[in-house]
Design a protein around this ligand. Structure first.
Ligand code: HEM
Length: 223
């Protein structure tokens, strides 16, 4: 998603096509800290199948990972061409900042051409994985089953009492058991009235979430 989420409808720069995260400055964008692990993980596949472009490989890997973890099928299409050098990198700083609010999310995602519904649907990917204190500075997983794709993230947003974690790191929220977390931007999805209405639908209807996520993710990886 970080290779795609740099796209701007205003200058048509960024996006998945090009796989420019191989180059500086994009590879050094603090928002991409730790993604070298994912890129390196795919290197043996690229070595075995050199004809596939990095940009097709990265987006395909995302779709396969989601599907393998129980998520919806995503209608992936090939055809992305890799950029040759760093001069094709989009400006650094286009990815969202987790310490900000709903206005910021709208500014970043509208710049990609995404709608409020697509912002909320895509954010449901935070059911997967975790935050790493040595990468983003944030710490912990969003749910207790972080390798299963489901609507659990939205359920947790609604059925948990989130309070500010007292620690030396950046502002983040924790559950009463202190084993799960939410970012400030995550909580905007139940604080902003328009986002909250959409989050509620996804918390109650996993099928609706899967359908909208699949369509939004396809759009994202084709930016
Ligand atoms: C809405 C704005 C978003 C913000 C502010 C945000 C922020 C973050 C942050 C701070 C982390 C922790 C990184 C680390 O410490 O390793 C993270 C992880 C993650 N994000 Fe997001 N994110 C956003 C949207 C998305 C979207 C749209 C997707 C995918 C469609 C996504 C998928 C993930 C995944 C899967 C992880 C876990 C990575 C891992 O386990 O290493 N995020 N995000």
């Amino acid at each position: 998603w970080h290779s795609s989420g740099t796209y701007s409808v205003f200058d048509q720069k960024g996006g998945s096509c090009g796989a420019t995260m191989r180059f500086r400055p994009e590879s050094q964008d603090p928002a991409n800290a730790g993604l070298d692990v994912a890129r390196n993980f795919l290197e043996p596949i690229k070595a075995k199948f050199p004809k596939i472009s990095y940009s097709d490989l990265w987006t395909l890997a995302g779709c396969v990972a989601i599907e393998e973890m129980g998520g919806p099928k995503i209608d992936w299409r090939p055809g992305r061409i890799d950029a040759k050098c760093k001069h094709c990198c989009p400006p650094v700083g286009r990815l969202p900042d987790a310490s900000r609010n709903a206005d910021h999310l709208r500014a970043v995602f509208y710049r990609m051409g995404m709608s409020d519904k697509e912002i909320v649907a895509l954010s449901g990917a935070h059911v997967l994985g975790r935050c790493h204190a040595d990468r983003s500075g944030y710490d912990g997983p969003w749910v207790r089953s972080p390798t299963t794709f489901s609507n659990e993230y939205f359920k947790k947003l609604y059925d948990t009492q989130w309070t500010i974690r007292e620690w030396k790191g950046p502002l983040q929220y924790e559950n009463p058991e202190k084993d799960l977390m939410m970012l400030p931007t995550d909580l905007e999805l139940i604080r902003d009235p328009i986002f909250a209405e959409i989050s509620k639908v996804y918390a109650e209807d996993e099928k609706a979430f899967f359908k909208d996520f699949s369509a939004a993710f396809k759009k994202l990886i084709e930016l």
